[in-house]
Design a protein around this ligand. Sequence first.
Ligand SMILES: [Zn+2]
Length: 331
Amino acid sequence: MRETDIRPADLETGKLEALNADLERLAKRKHEFVKVVCPACGADEGVFEFEKHGFTFDKCPRCRTAYMNPRATPEILADFYGQSVLYEYWNRHIFPASRSVRMERIFRPRVQRIIDLCSQSNMNPGILVEVGSAAGMFCEEAQASGAFKRIIGIEPSAAQAATCRSMGIEIIESTLEQIDELDTPADIVASFETIEHVYSPRDFLGRCYDLLSPGGLLVLTCPNYEGFDIMTLGVMSDSLDAEHINMFNPAALKGLIESLGFEVLDISTPGELDAELVRNKVLEGSFSLEEQPFLRKVLIEDWASRGRPFQEYLKLQQLSSHMWLAARRKV
Ligand SMILES: [Zn+2]
């Protein structure tokens, strides 16, 4: 998989305009932002880490989580995502243009990984709930697998919920926090690239816990702040933005999950794009490796022979910026 497969280059200009419109809207409400403690461990010791798009991020000295502080309240966030120009753009242009590659390279393996996890845990893949269904690609692939008895998507964006419904997916149009309970407990709750966006990850995960039957499985993906491209590019990394307000690392996320009554089964960083993301920044001239001859050798000069093995090393060492976690709700 290459970066341009899932983020087509000719759509970049439109994406940038949509992003700027969103940022402007969020900045107007900055005076309403509130102070928070570390979203992973709860310590109130955050130290300034970086600023991006005019928003401030702290880093927790205890668990090394980076987090936007102060940040938008849940009400502002609901309004922000409900009216997001960027999400509308993704829904209309980027997802359709990159759909087949995303299905094959991202969603099919995810569904398979969950089916494998169920068989390793000796459980039937019964009721699957996805929190943050976006354009419905995961639900669609899960349905196509035929492995699940019922699939329910939870999606707050009206446009995306409509897209899902048109594909025959059962959708609850709401945020997770606003749902009281489902008509039946879930065997599996999955949430991809969502927890980094929410006001309170602790509340969010608590709601996931409530939706699950005892022994049920939780599957999450999110960025790893200690991944290669983020640590190398720093504020230049596209993963650091106004939306990713909780940037965990494997140890911090594990600690948070365990504190909520889950047993962590697997935490890994199966990302494939770190090396290429840094390389592309260098090739487009927005990042320099002049003073880093080692990385220059691996990522530019010897890319053809060393690029792939280097990325494999990052995956194995939990040093990719894309993190995966599977946990079981304790009985
Ligand atoms: Zn912390």
